[in-house]
Write a protein that binds this ligand. Sequence first.
Ligand SMILES: [Zn+2]
Length: 94
Amino acid sequence: MFSNAKIKCPHCGNLAMPVSRKFSLGPAVATKCDSCHEKIGVPYYSMLVALSPFLLSIFLTLKLESILSMITVVLLGFIAMTLIHLYVIPIVKK
Ligand SMILES: [Zn+2]
């Protein structure tokens, strides 16, 4: 499922890190490529892009009345945030 995640290094084009490590990356957190050891990270806008479905889902819960649908909506927002972080947000040079 995670095989197409964007974890290629912008410096050398090789695999920069395991997918699990991309989860720990934030705009202020740079890391080093496993292959070439150059500094890489996620762009500054990534936080906003990835967080928006999650924030939207929290906002949507204000319109819902049952706890179960609130939990479902927030869970979907969280899943969307995770998928965006893995597949849409690119790894960039730092
Ligand atoms: Zn590299």
